[in-house]
Design a protein. Sequence first.
Length: 538
Amino acid sequence: MTEFRREEVVLPLLVAERAAQAGEQLYLQDVTGGEATYRQLHERALRWARALMLLGVEPGERVVTMVHNTVENYALWLGIAWAGAIEVPINVAMQGSVLAHQLRLPGARVVVADEAAVPAIAAVADQVPELETVLGQQAAPTSIGRLAGQASAELLAAAGDGPSRPYAELQPWHIASVIYTSGTTGPAKGVLMPWGQLHAGQLLTVAGIQAGPSPNKVIYVSGPPNHVQAKGAAAAMAMLGGVAVMRHAFSGRVFWDEVRRFGATDTGLVGAMAQFLLAIPPAPDDAETPLTNVLMAPVVPAVDEFNARFGTQVWSAYNMTEISVPTWLPRWQAGDPPNCGTVRPGYPHYQLRIVDEHDFEVEPGQVGELILRTEAPWTLNAGYLNMPEATVAAWRNGWFHTGDAFRCDERGRYFFVDRLKDTIRRRGENVSSYEVEAEAILHPGVRECAAVAVPADEVEDEIKLVLVGDPAAAVSPEQLWQFLDQRLPRFMVPRYLQFVAELPKTPTLRVQKALIARTVAAADGVHDRLATGPARHA
């Protein structure tokens, strides 16, 4: 970390420094009306720290939060850090066995919860023996069984002006947050994210924002606070001196209204969000907004149409919860094939390899797993919380294994192929579900889709494509098969098609393929190409 001062790397220290130097500058806003200057947020964070000390929270202890993405959430997050504890954010919508797992893993005694989350916590309390107290954001929660309920407003009021012990001496290697992975293929793992990792990742976000055409920098973020994107936006704006505007969940219905209302110049969109915005009927003033710079990952096939319609420029990057943005594409060039760009230059000095199952490098252009490491300490994850086997497996041979299949071309561009667990083996060929989906989504009658493996009649897999249709351009199974016949090799055309109202998704709008039913029965609405007559690509 010799390239940066500790106060630049550790977000609570950076906010404190900003509070001392430019305390009245606006820093955070949320769409519910909350806002805070640097001084206001820093003072509120220290009050949260004193309140948690009063509650008995000790250094090194983990504190669960289940709150909406508002300004107060960021004061709470930094306050947990100043108390020497570690935040474990969980999405407010979690419930049942998934919630029980995410509450048990950190062994926390205290959870700070929005009122909407209290019933779900109460329902699983008996499965989480370590949990003792639910701290309600406003009033003391009731009907929570054996758990004690307390109102955070009362605790904050009683916190006083001085801490009961010194505030934590925060360092780049201290854990900023435990961020659960999306859990698209199995139980969520808690990623130990150091402050150094958060900083390294957001250096690239800052570079991407600075490259935007607007001199003002206001980033609009729609996603829950348990996701690294929301935390990263707060960190990036503190580093840049801009404003971050928070919304708890993406809404295409209000997206452009809020972009205009807050003067948002920058935003981040996953592919599903971009597709949703494109599906909205065009309006004459689509390009007349302050939004000019969009981080899109993955880039949708209609990216050129997106830029032309909305007056934006798109840049892209590859990242996951465990790492800090190893590749980037500073600006999308019209007509480029979808790619994740090249290795990012400079700090934290990434090294990337594409390897086979034994960690030996594959030939250029061949597909393998992307593994990586950095030269700067604490700029990647510090393992998985209370999952030593998963940590060892991911970090074997001194490299972090992403679990993602990639290839690299002669220009050094990295191409995402698939999640390794999503690769389908059909007729002796490895099929990328991503590539099947990328072609299917080009049909105007397909709004969203997901390709999954289902058991074949003989051996290996068959391909099932589950899709959400566009009512404005209805497509029949036969029309879609004919369309894919012209775009995919024989072994990649799905045998099965199933139309659904919506795909199961994580709170960050990533498709949860593990929750897609593998049924191929006609009674379940599945269309089998072999049952519909001759099929060249069956």
